[in-house]
Design a protein around this ligand. Structure first.
Ligand code: ATR
Length: 334
């Protein structure tokens, strides 16, 4: 793509926790679309605050173009106090759907008309599908309607959790079930990861967090909801299958590794996954390489949660390869 089209925008991050000290980067423009914009073009968007770092428009528009849909995906900087209004506005304008990113995922739980099982299970909404009511009272995705239906509802989903396990499988060959995992971080991303690992049948799960009380609360929740999982706030003493970083450490140049090498030696782990994808090689991943572990960054997680959203909106399989290429281009320039 012609470099002249790349524009400077604000700081970017893994998937949330933005920090103004991260500097400026280049974000790819949306891909060329074979269908011109017209009065019948339909819209989707990601809402966040801030959001201008987002690679989702590049990734989703590539997917939309490959599927040949007359849709466009934009980003809107929506303040949390205006989130409800913004969701209702998109519904009134017959948007196809929305993605929500930080800080909206928890807030939206109380703002959508119905919650899919996925959002109820993980306690967060990152995808909204707008549905219209047909004459026979059935609710169907809004893109199936030629004319705007009278009744439209917002349906909240969560695709983040599936994105984690799909990326672990694809990038590291890790199935989670029956395996031993050390999870670093018990914030928003850490919590969803821990619950998804537990639901997928992880055998032993150790959760470490700077603020220990948060890790303890998460351990208590898992013990209650998934009693078969052996979960604790201690570093593992024996060999394990995987270390996952779900903290924000590694986003900034001078960040230390989120793992205390005195407490746990990476040579005791088969693989390491860092949810951070920008930079694509964090100090933790460098240490993983040196220790001979298999390792991967969080790009696959971002891809799979986005692909799942597009599938929810369109009812079609997402074109993973074109979305992956667009994502790589969007985040590797800067
Ligand atoms: P996200 O939604 O991206 O997970 P978050 O909920 O703010 O964002 O969580 C950030 C995670 O990174 C937390 O686990 C946080 O630890 P605390 O719960 O103690 O805040 C962790 N984190 C952030 N800065 C850190 C630092 N300097 N050292 C260790 N952990 C840090």
């Amino acid at each position: 793509m012609d470099g002249a089209y790349w524009k400077t925008v604000g700081p970017t991050s893994r998937h949330s926790a933005l920090d103004p000290s991260l500097g400026h980067r280049y974000i790819a423009p949306v891909s060329n679309h074979s269908l011109p914009l017209s009065a019948s073009t339909r819209l989707c968007a990601v809402y966040g605050f801030p959001v201008r770092h987002s690679a989702s428009p590049a990734m989703q528009n590539a997917g939309i173009a490959t599927l040949g849909l007359d849709w466009r995906y934009t980003a809107a900087e929506v303040r949390p106090e205006q989130l409800k209004e913004a969701i209702n506005g998109a519904r009134a304008m017959h948007y196809i759907g929305l993605n929500l990113t930080v800080p909206h995922k928890l807030l939206a739980m109380d703002m959508v008309d119905i919650l899919d099982e996925s959002s109820q299970e993980w306690g967060a909404v990152n995808t909204i599908l707008f549905e219209g009511q047909r004459d026979d009272n059935q609710w169907r995705p809004i893109h199936e309607f030629d004319c705007a239906p009278q009744n439209i509802r917002s349906h909240g989903f969560n695709t983040d959790a599936d994105g984690i396990t799909q990326s672990l499988r694809e990038d590291l060959g890790i199935e989670v079930r029956g395996e031993s995992i050390l999870l670093l971080g018990a914030g928003g991303a850490g919590r969803v990861a821990a619950l998804k690992l537990a639901a997928t049948g992880v055998k032993d799960l150790s959760i470490i967090n700077r603020t220990t009380s948060k890790a303890e609360a998460l351990v208590a929740e898992i013990q209650q909801r998934f009693p078969a999982v052996n979960v604790s706030v201690n570093y593992p003493s024996s060999e394990i299958d995987l270390v996952i970083n779900a903290t924000s450490l590694g986003l900034r140049d001078k960040d230390p590794s989120p793992l205390d090498p005195q407490a746990f030696c990476l040579k005791k782990s088969r693989a390491v996954y860092d949810m951070i994808y920008q930079p694509n090689q964090t100090p933790l991943l460098t240490a993983a390489k040196e220790a001979g572990c298999k390792y991967a960054n969080g790009l696959g997680m971002l891809l799979h949660q986005g692909a799942k959203s597009l599938e929810i909106w369109s009812g079609q399989s997402a074109p993973l390869e074109s979305m992956r290429e667009a994502l790589k281009k969007a985040i590797n320039h800067g």
